[in-house]
Design a protein around this ligand. Structure first.
Ligand SMILES: CC(=O)N[C@H]1[C@@H](OP(=O)(O)OP(=O)(O)OC[C@H]2O[C@@H](n3ccc(=O)[nH]c3=O)[C@H](O)[C@@H]2O)O[C@H](CO)[C@@H](O)[C@@H]1O
Length: 365
């Protein structure tokens, strides 16, 4: 069977999309990835050796931008490009993980009568998924989204869970510890804010670096273009723009994590039983899903998670340090994840995708 995968804009969509893709490839399906040129999804598809088709797309900027005026035209151009590519590729089904690039791809698939299976990770459907849900053959949900889904969708929803990164069960923290030269027994603080980093959290961390270094070995993943060269060589502090293959080892190695509250990140922290200080993305620049994610996570992990708002309290970083120190002594409770559990959601979604495929008609010459 040939299956098209789409999803992108940020690793929170791309990492789970690739976990599903891996399951589909392992059962012998041919894959093609639809995403934006020069995007994070293209980078990941290339690394996974999946053929890539580029589709122009644009998302709605929530903070009122002139570029919103062009957005409908770009999406129309994207639908045209995706339609042409669909006609050429003739996939049997499309799996769509979310992100604005999925809108033109999903609409083109619908025009070509190719079934689309979508997945939502957050508590409520994102804008792209809200658009595609009407025509989708199936809507897969991670557990939290179940109660928030509109009734008219119930007929085609399936609770599958959130597909975790495929290598999450195979962390090798000692390898990374040795590579960085972190002393055995040192408490490790990992800071990463989703896939793109956060200038505000970076500033808060760097303004309190001495305090943090006095207690932790600090691994700071700060996002593209956010390295601070003046801090290069600082003892007990390692900065990275982004971690690819090393990400799982870093998650395993961490005793405590400072992060945003993207659903994919939280699912990883939960699977590994990590303590966390969460700074959810505020509603002023998002639909507010991270605020709900963070609150629910903190409720489930009382005493092991603290939520700090991304407002004036974050500035200066003192609250961040206080939260880290408070959680530093908490019970570690690292859980070695069961590989079967790690792959469960991805394999369920792969199953849903295959079963939603249209029956192949014999080609007439
Ligand atoms: C700004 C925005 O729209 N954020 C959304 C986006 O999150 P976003 O893509 O920012 O991030 P998530 O936190 O959900 O996931 C990040 C993923 O990137 C990986 N990673 C991160 C840094 C790094 O250096 N290397 C690396 O591999 C993490 O391990 C994780 O798998 O999708 C999520 C899942 O739908 C949503 O909940 C978020 O609200």
């Amino acid at each position: 069977m040939k299956i098209a995968i789409t999803g992108g804009g940020s690793a929170g969509h791309v990492v789970p999309a690739l976990s599903v893709a891996t399951q589909l490839a392992q059962s012998g399906n041919a894959l093609v990835f639809f995403g934006r040129d020069g995007s994070i999804e293209e980078e990941y598809a290339e690394k996974a050796d999946i053929r890539f088709r580029s589709v122009p797309s644009a998302g709605l900027k929530r903070y009122g931008s002139w570029s919103n005026l062009w957005m409908p035209f770009t999406v129309l151009r994207g639908i045209g490009a995706a339609w042409k590519a669909m006609r050429r590729e003739r996939p049997d089904v499309v799996f769509s993980k979310g992100g604005y690039v999925t809108v033109p791809v999903g609409i083109a698939a619908w025009l070509c009568r190719i079934p689309v299976v979508i997945h939502e990770s957050d508590h409520s459907l994102g804008l792209a998924n809200r658009i595609l849900a009407r025509t989708a053959a199936r809507v897969c949900l991670s557990e939290p989204a179940r109660s928030q889904t509109p009734r008219w969708l119930a007929r085609k929803t399936v609770v599958t869970g959130l597909p975790l990164r495929g290598d999450l069960a195979q962390g090798n923290p000692d390898r990374l510890r040795r590579q960085l030269g972190i002393k055995p027994g040192a408490e490790v603080l990992l800071i990463f804010c989703g896939s793109s980093g956060s200038a505000r959290v970076n500033d808060a961390v760097r303004s309190q670096l001495d305090q943090l270094r006095s207690r932790f070995a600090v691994i700071h993943v700060c996002g593209k273009g956010n390295l601070d060269p003046s801090l290069g060589g600082t003892a007990g502090y390692w900065q990275f723009e982004y971690l690819h293959a090393d990400m799982t080892d870093a998650l395993w190695l961490a005793d405590l994590v400072i992060g945003r509250a993207g659903a994919t990140t939280l699912a990883e922290l939960e699977a590994l039983g990590k303590r966390a200080v969460l700074v959810p993305l505020p509603a002023s620049v998002s639909r507010g899903d991270q605020l709900v994610n963070a609150e629910a996570y903190a409720r489930r992990h009382q005493g092991r998670c603290q939520v700090i708002q991304d407002d004036d309290t974050l500035a200066g970083g003192a609250t961040l340090v206080a939260a880290c120190l408070r959680l530093a002594g908490a019970h570690a409770g690292f859980s070695r994840p069961d590989p079967e559990v790690i792959h469960q959601a991805a394999s369920r979604i792969a199953g849903e995708t295959v079963s939603a495929a249209r029956p192949r008609r014999r080609r007439t010459r």
